[in-house]
Ligand binder design. Sequence first.
Ligand code: SF4
Length: 196
Amino acid sequence: MIEREFQRLEEEVGACVRCPLHEKRIQAVFGTGHPFSEIMVIGEGPGEEEDRQGLPFVGKSGQLLDKILAAAGFSRDENVYIANIVKCRPPENREPAPEERAACLPWLEEQIALIQPNIIILLGSTALKGLIDPEGKITRMRGTWIQWNDIWVMPTYHPSALLRNPDLKKEVWEDMKEVVRKYREVVDPTHKAPHL
Ligand code: SF4
């Protein structure tokens, strides 16, 4: 049963000491959403609030992410599973180091193998580098589909980048339109996106 496998994996991640990020965490942040989701959203790593609550994307970035998903007709309660490249908060919210990303990647790969999403949305440079290409540039690769292990992968900007620079919203909107188009093609031709 996938739920039991998920529970086992979450317990293993909660006890993980594979990299130094475990030393200062309050708790590992495993992920949230439905295990049968057609879409996975992958971000960078937990921030302060996420570390405290044990859930990904619960601060301002999370609220913006939920708005973006809702505009495209998606939600973390129904058809989206959200996880991060690293499960433990990097101190001072710094970018996770390549060796920390590499240590944590097998957990994410197990999550992906269990969920088997049709589409993955990568949020920001760390997610792109962590999953697809260590030399990947988000400014160059966003908005372009990548086929990875039979999954359609769309890199776009992280919501925190939009909060710093609202001019990037236009590009994210374009990228989400592509996601809706692909979702209609491979999952549900009748999918409604209220604001795209
Ligand atoms: S960040 Fe990942 S690899 Fe490092 S301790 Fe946390 S769960 Fe383990």
